[in-house]
Design a binder for this molecule. Structure first.
Ligand SMILES: Nc1nc2c(ncn2[C@@H]2O[C@H](COP(=O)(O)OP(=O)(O)O)[C@@H](O)[C@H]2O)c(=O)[nH]1
Ligand SMILES: [Mg+2]
Length: 572
């Protein structure tokens, strides 16, 4: 399916042509029919001779309704450009062509309408004049088909040309990232809110949870229709009507975007290119207030030119655009800028950075995704995808990082490791990035939250206090005089066992357990504290913590005044 919009000056026969091609009158409103004038977007679809289906969005040609035209051409694949042979090229022919060009539309056919009202010579002249205006634009080589809607003459040729257009126009891309800019909203009879739009970027399915506009984070798609028939899943490049639950129709507006919230990082500020129309009679000055058309919406924006110079007509510059509320945008999205007061099209551009990090004085946005990484130094793979719109594999951990930053961080960690002494480097003191770098360093071992070079033997294992504990057996010396931080690490690494303020060598606990086994062999109903003390020839000060440690390890269990065997008592 391709979505094609009409374009061209008012009264040049766009709506009549859509009716003749599809059998559907795109002028939906009573006022439109009464005045014979398209005010808002109209929608129709038809099947071409090849069997290909197309959707047609009929736009108003009148200058006063240009905002509605702009709402319709956001997600289109191609255009059906209409020029009346009687009148030839007119101001809105020019304006629509410039807008389509600025929006990045690359395909179209031209219908030279009302040829029944002119003679052959006039038609020749009109065609030549047309070619003149199209020179240098995307329509330069497009087919020009003479038609007369009332008689139907030329319509078959136009259908063939549309078929060729469809064959030449790439299908809408499926990036797995759907976005639907709402162009109509209404309350469905009986139930719910219905919105329509042109789906791009990815599929949507019934029961998908989506966000709507800036405020509604969880709305469910209750049902989907496309061209009057129900669907459970709809592919990008289609006109779609969604029935939504969880939102009132008064809460949704033209210009709102429907997306999967986790896939976008909505922004109120973006950097972009701006190409200024050459027929404009003034520069775009450093700062200004404008109306921007993005997706199907119209937004009051302030614009700051990046760089020192105003942007002259016919040239391209860079701008920073401030939006009134967040929009889900990605680099590559197009927009049109108009002068709010004078209702004059200034130009248009392409979004380059949806979350610029550099100040306006320093920012020099471009298409290069490496710039996004370079300007940040570090960026997570998930942020990268939200910023750029396509995935990229991590350099380290879950991060993408420039080689310079990576080398810098690695050098800093090595220095801290070298200075950490026998305690090693506590990884709790590192941030996420540093930890990711550390974990990827092949010559660093991490044990119990402490990093140290792998070849180095744990220096704490040679601490004299450990030897003293071993020698002290069941009556070990107090840790007085031992550095507190070192003692903590020795306990943390199980080089020393601490219980109730008394320290033991781990071997002493095992030895105590062996004594307990022997005692219980003699008195299976349990032994008392004093019996145990006599068996190990120690003092109450050491006996109580030893028993408590064995209880804690489930080697023994306390039953009233006796100790009995616990589930972890070793078998001797
Ligand atoms: N004779 C003739 N009249 C046409 C043709 N196309 C449109 N018209 C008439 O021109 C007027 C404007 O057409 P319309 O489709 O509303 O133009 P739009 O403003 O571009 O949508 C209507 O009265 C049509 O009936 C054509 O090919 N031949
Ligand atoms: Mg019309």
């Amino acid at each position: 399916m391709r979505v094609i919009a009409t374009a061209g000056h008012v009264d040049h026969g766009k709506s009549s042509l859509v009716l003749a091609l599809t059998g559907t009158d795109p002028d939906r409103f009573a006022e439109e029919k009464r005045r014979g004038l398209t005010i808002d977007l109209g929608f129709a679809h038809t099947t071409l001779p090849s069997g290909a289906e197309i959707s047609i969005i009929d736009v108003p040609g009148h200058i006063r309704f240009l905002r509605n035209m702009l709402a319709g051409v956001g997600g289109i694949d191609a255009c059906l450009f209409v020029v009346a042979a009687t009148e030839g090229w007119k101001p809105q022919s020019e304006e629509h062509l410039r807008i389509l060009q600025l929006l990045g539309v690359r395909h179209g056919v031209i219908a030279l309408t009302m040829v029944d009202l002119v003679d052959d010579e006039w038609r020749e002249i009109a065609t030549l004049e047309l070619l003149d205006h199209l020179a240098g634009t995307f329509l330069e080589t497009a087919a020009i088909v003479p038609v007369a809607a009332p008689s139907g003459s030329g319509l078959d040729a136009l259908r063939v040309a549309l078929d060729e257009l469809v064959a030449d126009t790439p299908a809408a891309l499926d990036r797995g990232r759907p976005r639907l800019w709402v162009d109509r909203v209404f309350a469905a009879k009986g139930s719910g809110t219905v919105v329509t739009g042109t789906l791009t970027g990815g599929e949507l399915s019934v029961d998908d949870h989506v966000s709507v506009g800036a405020g509604y984070a969880d709305v469910r798609i209750r049902s989907i229709q496309s061209h009057g028939s129900a669907a459970t899943t709809i592919r990008p490049g289609n006109r779609v009507a969604l029935n939504l639950s969880g939102i009132e129709h008064t809460e949704v507006h033209r210009g709102d975007a429907i997306v999967r919230p986790s896939q976008w990082w909505p922004t109120t500020r973006f950097d972009a290119s701006l190409s200024v129309l050459d027929r404009l009679d003034h520069d775009v000055s450093r700062r200004g207030a404008f109306t921007a058309y993005v997706g199907s919406g119209e937004f009051s924006v302030s614009v700051r030119v990046l760089g020192d110079e105003a942007i002259a007509p016919g040239t391209v510059g860079a701008v920073r655009v401030h939006l009134p509320h967040p929009l889900p945008l990605l680099p590559g999205d197009r927009f049109i800028l108009r002068e709010s007061g004078r209702s004059e099209t200034i130009g248009g551009g392409e979004v380059l950075d949806v979350h610029p990090v550099l100040s306006a004085a320093k920012a020099r946005p471009d298409h290069d995704p490496d710039r996004v990484v370079r300007e940040r130094g570090w960026v997570t793979v998930s942020d990268y995808e939200l910023l750029v719109g396509s995935p990229r594999s991590a350099v380290i951990g879950s991060w993408i990082v420039t080689p310079e930053r990576l080398a810098f961080t690695e050098a800093a960690i090595r220095e801290r490791l070298a200075n950490s002494g026998p305690l090693g480097l506590d990884i709790a003191a590192l941030d996420d990035r540093e930890r990711a770098v550390l974990q990827a360093m092949p010559d660093v071992g991490i044990d119990q939250g402490v990093a140290r070079p792998v070849e180095a033997r744990d220096p704490l294992a040679d601490h004299p206090y450990i030897a003293a504990l071993l020698a002290g057996g069941f009556s070990p010396p107090d840790p007085s005089g031992v550095d507190r931080a070192e003692l903590r690490q020795m306990i943390r690494r199980n080089l020393v066992v601490e219980r109730d303020g008394v320290c033991f060598h781990p071997a002493s606990i095992d030895a105590a357990a062996t004594v307990a086994v022997t005692l219980l062999g003699q008195q299976p109903n349990g032994f008392t504290v004093s019996q145990f003390r006599d068996a190990i020839h120690s003092t109450r000060k050491h006996v109580l913590p030893l028993l408590a440690e064995m209880d804690a390890r489930a080697m023994t269990r306390r039953r009233d005044d006796l100790r009995v065997a616990g589930p972890r008592l070793p078998e001797v």
